[in-house]
Design a protein around this ligand. Structure first.
Ligand SMILES: Cc1ncc(COP(=O)(O)O)c(C=O)c1O
Length: 374
């Protein structure tokens, strides 16, 4: 075995996720242009903005016109407030303890029991009543809605809460024909009528996610909750741009002979003499282990296949007889414009969705922000 190694020439660390904030802003504007006038955008920045960095993405989305932020959990909302973001924030998963220390954040309420929890907290709070219109993943069941809206109206009259929103979540937002979504909208419409009858007049009504915002005509709603689209996950062909590029560099190069095995268990055996290159990212960084033998990366403009088992911190690619040396850049994914794989391809290789590729990107990979792709 012949070792060829040279010092690194690039100073970007072992790997980094480069995030183009102008793409986030462009994606917000692209969605906005397709919305009915007066419809506002809530930017969903949960799970650290799908791994892109919640605070940076939130700021970019607001600069482009988003007027709300949404997160799953209370601590995520708190981080946004601590960063100085002042727009309304909605959170939909919290417990009684969260309510004690989290003020100035709107919370979702699905049951009368949750409502009681909210009014027991020390601050008056904005709530969004959630109706289950068919997703069956949280929300008030339709037969408990009247009781919930009446109880909410009662506490609002006492000044204990303010019902700022009524909402639901789509089950088939990316279905272009929108059959399910229209049925859900119809149920939400009934829910709004009943809420009005109970004496509620909410400021916002929201149902659609990214894809739903583009496929469903929903005049009853004046807010859409946009997550995937911010990150260029383009489920209905809206012309969105992925902001993230995952780059690394070759850290070591070896020549191996035909018949030699590569990585744990020698799952891969070289079919010919070849050059293998070591990339310092592994499944602890979010590179899915199942993509071994399917995935490729871009090195010097060439798709270079991932071979052998992906380890926790590193994997190997087969460069064939191409000239590669330690230190040269490697692109794992980007927007595809340079011939590199996209996150969508990694998702296919892993048998998952892009959301999981982005969210899985580990904390060892620094995020670097820039304007435009350089
Ligand atoms: C409650 C809720 N609303 C909106 C969204 C945004 O959906 P999408 O990412 O499809 O835009 C999500 C998840 O991402 C969600 O959980």
């Amino acid at each position: 075995m012949n070792l060829v190694q040279s010092p690194a020439r690039h100073c970007l660390g072992l790997a980094e996720a480069v995030i183009d904030l102008s793409a986030i802003r462009d994606n917000v504007r692209t969605i906005q242009q397709r919305l009915a006038p007066g419809t506002e955008v809530l930017a969903v920045v949960k799970a650290d903005a799908f791994g892109h960095g919640a605070v940076q993405v939130a700021r970019a989305a607001i600069e482009a016109g988003a007027t709300w932020l949404g997160v799953a959990r209370a601590d995520e909302a708190l981080r946004l407030r601590a960063a100085g973001l002042t727009v309304p924030i909605l959170t939909w998963l919290y417990d009684a303890t969260d309510l004690m220390w989290l003020s100035d954040v709107d919370v979702s309420v699905s049951t009368v029991a949750e409502l009681h929890q909210v009014i027991s907290a020390p601050t008056v709070r904005n709530v969004h009543l959630k109706l289950d219109t068919g997703l069956h993943r949280g929300g008030s069941s339709p037969d408990q809605w009247i009781e919930l809206t009446r109880a909410a109206a009662h506490y609002e009259a006492l000044g204990a809460i303010r019902v700022r929103g009524i909402w639901s979540h789509l089950s088939h937002g990316d279905d272009v024909d929108a059959t399910h979504s229209r049925r859900q909208l119809q149920l939400l419409r009934t829910g709004i009528t009943l809420a009005k009858r109970a004496g509620l007049d909410s400021q916002v009504v929201h149902l659609a996610n990214s894809a739903g915002a583009l496929t469903l005509d929903a005049p009853d709603c004046n807010l859409v909750r946009i997550g995937a689209a911010l990150f260029g996950i383009d489920e209905v062909g809206a012309g969105l741009r992925p902001p993230m590029r995952l780059v690394s560099k070759v850290v070591q190069v070896r020549r191996i002979r035909r018949g030699e095995g590569v990585s744990y268990g020698h799952d891969h055996v070289a079919p010919r003499d070849t050059t293998v290159a070591l990339i310092p990212l592994g499944y602890a960084d979010g590179i899915p282990r199942v993509t071994a033998g399917r995935a490729s990366v871009l090195i010097r403009g060439r798709r270079t296949p991932v071979i052998g088992r992906i380890a926790m911190d590193q994997f190997v690619v087969d460069a064939g007889d191409a000239p590669v040396e330690a230190g040269i850049p490697v692109t794992l994914f980007g927007d595809g414009s340079q011939g590199e794989p996209t996150a969508a391809e990694w998702a296919d290789w892993a048998g998952t969705i892009q959301h999981e590729i982005y969210c899985g990107l580990g904390s060892r990979v620094p995020r670097r922000y820039q304007e435009g792709q350089r």
